[in-house]
Design a protein around this ligand. Structure first.
Ligand SMILES: [Zn+2]
Length: 211
């Protein structure tokens, strides 16, 4: 154990994930201890946080490629079939003057997932290198990454609006393409990755280094 100062774990304490109560652990880093107030299991730190976060980030990065290359939807209108990837959808909206929709889809489907992957990789590498570089900013980066995960769902609404527009406009059928499945996998795995990363690790390592 590192002799980190200023963390609850260094004082053999852990706070409950569910109710927030700070309890004393019988042994530092003990497992199977339950919160005396609500009965939830107490963890000094999330178990195997770095390994799980890396696995989910790599899975998300692998799914990000087909999510952008494969068609997310196929529209059949008057016997004509057209497949669209996320990017060709964005281009379609732009060329048809629907730039707010283009901006929403681009931000939610292309920019935000990429930003999440880059910031998670940055956090993982900095923690693994026991970096003491700007812990406050890195904690803030983690908080932003966790918060924008909810915005990934925005383009589900965008697609719903699109479907409604097409349905109103003419007789058409819309099928989800394989890209949509990979896109869903990217959203879910980046959300789980942000969830499994333990931001307290940022402080453990930087406190251990500082005099
Ligand atoms: Zn509790």
């Amino acid at each position: 154990m590192s002799a980190a100062l200023g963390t609850a774990l260094a004082a053999s304490c852990a706070s409950c994930h569910d109710c927030g109560l700070l309890s004393r652990l019988p042994v530092a880093g003990a497992h199977g201890v339950r919160c005396p107030r609500c009965g939830a299991q107490l963890h000094g730190r999330k178990a195997r946080s770095l390994e799980r976060t890396w696995a989910l980030v790599i899975a998300a990065a692998l799914c990000y490629v087909p999510a952008n290359l494969l068609p997310v939807m196929t529209v059949t209108s008057l016997g004509k079939r057209e497949s669209d990837t996320i990017m060709s959808g964005v281009v379609y909206f732009l060329t048809h003057g629907m730039w707010p929709l283009a901006a929403v889809v681009f931000t939610a489907s292309i920019f935000v997932p990429l930003l999440k992957l880059v910031s998670l990789v940055t956090l993982l590498i900095s923690v693994q290198r026991s970096s003491s570089w700007r812990p406050v900013e890195r904690t803030r980066l983690y908080r932003i990454t966790e918060t924008i995960g909810r915005w990934s769902m925005v383009d589900i609404y965008a697609i719903t609006i699109l479907v409604a527009l097409v349905r109103l406009g003419n007789l058409a059928t819309i099928e989800a393409g394989p890209g949509a499945v990979f896109f869903g996998a990217v959203v879910v795995s980046t959300m789980l990755a942000a969830e499994s990363f333990d931001p307290r690790l940022i402080w453990d390592r930087s406190d251990a280094r500082s005099p």
